[in-house]
Design a protein around this ligand. Sequence first.
Ligand SMILES: [Zn+2]
Ligand SMILES: [Zn+2]
Ligand SMILES: [Zn+2]
Length: 784
Amino acid sequence: MADVARGGERARIRVKGVVQGVGFRPFVYLLAHRHGLAGWVLNDARGVLIEAAGEPAALAAFTAGLRREAPAAARVDSVTTLERAPADAPDRTFEIRQSAEGGSVTTLISPDLAICDACLEELFDPRDRRYGYPYINCTHCGPRYSIIEGLPYDRPKTTMAAWPLCEHCARQYDDPANRRFHAQPVACPRCGPGYALLDAGGSPVDAPDAIGEAARLLARGAIVAVKGIGGYHLACDARNAASVQALRLRKVRKEKPFALMANDLATARSALRVSPAEAELLLSPARPIVLLERAETDLPAALAPGNADLGLMLSYAPLHHLLFAAGAPTLLVMTSANRAAEPIAYRDEAALRDLAGLADAFLVGQRGIARRVDDSVAVVLDGRPTLLRRARGYAPASVVDDPRFAGATAHDDDPPILALGAGMKNAFTLAVAGHAFVSQHLGDLDQLEARLAFEQTVHDLCAMYGVDPARAYVVADLHPDYGSSRLARALGGPALRVQHHRAHIASVLAERRAWEAVVVGVAFDGAGLGEDGTVWGGEAFAGSLTGGLACVAHLRPAPLPGGDGAARRPAQAAVGFLWEQPDGVAWRDLLPPETVALAGRLIETGARTPQTTSVGRLFDTAAALLGFDRAMTFEGQAAMFLEALARADGAAGAPEDGYPLPFERGAWDHRPLLAALVADVRRKVDAPTCARRFHAGVAHGVVLGAAHLAREVGTRTVVLSGGVWQNRLLHASAVAGLRALGLEVWWNHAVPPGDGGVSLGQAALAAASRSIREELDHVPRHPL
Ligand SMILES: [Zn+2]
Ligand SMILES: [Zn+2]
Ligand SMILES: [Zn+2]
């Protein structure tokens, strides 16, 4: 090891970001060796702490390299030199030290990561001992969260415990200079788990090459259940219409889009339009499903009926690469294996039982999955990613690091925050020790399986961070009947209840750590319980996280015949909204007569008919008038239908003048908007044109209202959140209109604009309402 020359310097350096469980310490170790530095590196509760000593020039180059050369899976947010002093005692070695205990968080759990380039190369190198091995991984890649059964994160507490390391793997595991140093899931064909192929009945298939045989079955049109990282997928040839149709029938999934998987960008580009920003997202270590516009027109319609986009991901597990290399069709359907709307199957026994009759064969890996983690879903809006479903590859990493999330179990006056989120598309947030950890997507909590997974995950994540949920500051939605609200009560809480749409707006501010910024927030959403007991979903808020967000405007209310039931029946919601039309507007004959009669009776008697300001239901109304008059088979379907109409090829000509959506006295009035739509439908204007005029009208209404409110409040910043903003056309139009007026527009990126983002907003409002704390960059003097 290099001698520290006279006149050398010693520096203590703090690195923050995603720097644990991603091979960062071995990287620092090698970097320090390269620059001839002495010292040490360790993980602690705040990230990575380094002490390095050597020539000033070498120290500077080392410090710069920490950011520039970091492993692909790492995200370096900051590199700060905490102390700098002349080096006295000439240390001669650089070492990786044991993690320091600090605060209540001692381990940061990394998400599951896609196979890295180095492992991929070995996977297809016939001379490598892990050639063709489906469980190859290293510190830069592979499973983490999905295999952890307890803490500390060490092999005996993962689902790899059953496979003792062979001598070769152990040597790599123990060598700080090796890419597999302390890679807990490390394995090879000699010592690790493997894959087997089972037939439709669950009996082993006599095939020496299980993966190759599965690939052949897929090429012949079969449906194969494939065990992946966070659960099972059902796979079939995406270009084989008969296979896709068979999958729909067997899965009882009539219309909800199927996700696709391709092995490389070129294949993805042959079927879908991929911008540079979308390509970057597809190739990121999280490998999310990315919503992309179709390019190929002869893809089977059954992949995503009535949808403008298709969701596609690139292979992320070594197994996927092996399947494609063995001759599986280049474009596969890879949809979560479940029946209808149940959560993804992840345990072998349950998968074999529940998927009986769905799959023609099962490709089953021996490595256990400790917890269900779905594929993440993302979209690129205005050149930047926005997550629509945050799960594999992202959870349970911290989404916001901020001293306001400093809760620690040690201080009773400053407990961690446990924000339990909404009822649908649930994800919850645990804020502790300066981090806001958002759980993986857990689904709709009115389903028993999802509710059990939710409760399990709450206890799980709390245990990982040493938090007793019963002593946390529990935050829940106003709605008392959500599964999340029920758990809050069971925990003796909630300490705070947050209105759903206020939480949506707060989620955007939380992501940006904009605690003081005064904004106008437009929450356009499906439904949430409002402060006046009605069903909200078209609100504007003004203020800040610390000063409070006041509700300052609404969509004009309309009756919602059948309440929650109307959320699945666009025509029923339409009757409610059109009921508000003046007598001269004839609309009844445009909707199914039995629905008009039934919903009309509900409205007249007031039975099961709350008032609503939901923009989601306003979109459903337009969809019903333009032909979507049946029941929806999945949430948001009618709005997607409407968006797809508006974005239909050939229809996208000159921008349409929108229908009028005036904003007066704190309310958007939908009556002129719908009257104009009804008139166009009567005039037999084609549906795509109507849909475009409707989108343009709503976007323009948002611009008018938000600009007016921004002037009143004295801000230049507008925030958009809520499920309606997943609509790419509406989003782009509103953002363009607001910017044209010189306003700055913020929306969600790290958490979904839909209900998966609600818990972060709840946590932020809770944190903002507690005492303001100073950040003390606690540097342990004796880190050991
Ligand atoms: Zn790797
Ligand atoms: Zn081995
Ligand atoms: Zn919502």
